[in-house]
Design a protein around this ligand. Structure first.
Ligand code: NDP
Length: 394
């Protein structure tokens, strides 16, 4: 019986994780659930699942939840101290890092330092802190298992015993597949008028709104390139992105002998979550098998960097290193939030990020405080750029 803390329980990955956990009550016990402000969602989850702890990152929401759960066995905690506490509980073996954005960094890092098995969905945490996060995983004796379906697929296609470094494995490069999102074939001139709801209508995956917009710009794939660099110890030149609209091949690993290993499955996050929960065992995820007729058409093509400038920006940030990935992530979070608020046209997301990257420091931030400071100084720059680009001008 393993104790589980689920960071980001009210989100899309949160719901998928709870679905998998519910299939295995004999293996996993939910100790703690967390959310930001969704009091109604957390009240319902806590009444149903009765975790020992429930954390609301927002203190006012924590006060509301305390009232709503009066008389229940669940203790309500608040703020970042509450998140870090439940990420490090001694009775917890597994921490699912499924908060969206930079807000997930500190609790994920706390779990790393405490030596937990971390199921990493929150790619922004690794992108913004890179080497420092990996160092914390190694120093804390933690296990970092990817839940992002592409990285989970790569992990499944790597040789057993791989430990963040592919020297001597015969791996030449990895191929990250990308659906191309909802605007893969939209005429360029129509992109300026696309709405948040259109951007969030992903053709294959049901996800939270931020990652859905990232998929539409392909910044999601760019963040995944940086995530893959850190998870697998590869430079960006050895990570290729390939458009695969069917989203059935979740990613591939190319070997020196010509073998191309791929992991295939339905586009359903429960497969990757179940894999990372039970690894190296295999358990039921609730996902139906992929029948061969579904594989009749598998298309692959190169992404256009003209159509997807955010992918280009992410590769540039990966190559530049230093503070560039932290700046890229912070600027993207601000620009995507502005687009979702109806305050920035879709094509201007890339322009805002490009402008912020011009201010990225060449040197690597020395510690997590420096990472958070760089994230903090980038956000007002990005907000100012969003205001300049609100009308859609170049
Ligand atoms: P959602 O927006 O659906 O859920 C986000 C979760 O994070 C919610 O529980 C939310 O709480 C919580 N949260 C938001 N802001 C804060 C904050 N400031 N402090 C603490 N908690 C916060 O996101 P997804 O589930 O789609 O994505 C989560 C992460 O997983 C992202 O990093 C994404 O890139 C990654 N991912 C997602 C995939 C998917 O299929 N959805 C696939 C691969 C990766 P509340 O509800 O109260 O706002």
């Amino acid at each position: 019986m393993k104790g589980v803390t689920l960071l980001g329980a009210t989100g899309s990955i949160g719901a998928n994780t709870l679905d998998v956990l519910a299939r295995h009550p004999d293996r996993y016990r939910i100790e703690a659930l967390t959310a930001h402000r969704d009091v109604a969602g957390m009240t319902a989850l806590c009444r149903r699942l009765q975790p020992r702890f429930a954390v609301m990152a927002d203190p006012a929401a924590a006060a509301e939840l305390t009232q709503a759960l009066a008389g229940s066995p669940t203790e309500v905690l608040a703020g970042s101290a509450g998140l870090e506490r439940v990420a490090t509980l001694p009775e917890v073996a597994i921490v699912v890092a499924a908060i969206v954005g930079a807000a997930g960094l500190l609790p994920a890092l706390a779990a790393a330092r405490a030596g937990k098995r971390i199921l990493l969905a929150n790619k922004e945490a690794l992108v913004m802190s890179g080497r420092l996060f990996i160092d914390a995983v190694v120093a804390g004796g933690a296990e970092l298992l990817p839940v992002d379906s592409e990285h989970n697929a790569i992990f499944q296609c790597l040789p057993p015993g791989f430990d963040r470094g592919l020297d001597g494995t015969g791996v030449t490069h990895i191929l990250l597949t990308a659906s191309g999102g909802p605007f893969r074939e939209t005429p360029f001139e129509a992109l300026a008028a696309v709405t948040p709801d259109q951007a969030c209508a992903h053709p294959n995956w049901e996800m939270g709104r931020k990652i859905s917009v990232d998929s539409a710009t392909m910044m999601n794939k760019g963040l995944e390139v940086i995530e893959a660099c850190w998870l697998f110890g590869l430079p960006p030149e050895r990570i290729r992105v390939v458009i695969h609209p069917q989203s059935l091949v979740h990613s591939m690993v190319q070997y020196a002998d010509g073998s191309l290993l791929a992991e295939l499955g339905r586009p359903d996050m429960r497969t990757a979550i179940a894999h990372a929960l039970a690894w190296p065992e295999r358990i039921d995820s609730g996902v139906a098998a992929l029948e061969p007729p579904a594989l009749a058409q598998l298309d692959f093509s190169e992404p256009s960097l003209e159509r997807f400038p955010c992918l280009d920006l992410a590769y540039r940030a990966a190559r530049a290193g230093g503070g560039a990935p932290t700046v890229l992530n912070a600027a993207n979070e601000v620009a995507v939030a502005a687009f979702l608020d109806g305050a920035l046209p879709f094509p201007a997301i890339a322009r805002v990020i490009a402008e912020c990257l011009e201010h990225a420091p060449a040197e690597l931030p020395a510690d997590i405080e420096a990472i958070l400071a760089l994230d903090g100084t980038t956000r007002p720059l990005a907000t100012a750029a969003c205001i300049r680009h609100a009308g859609g001008g170049a």
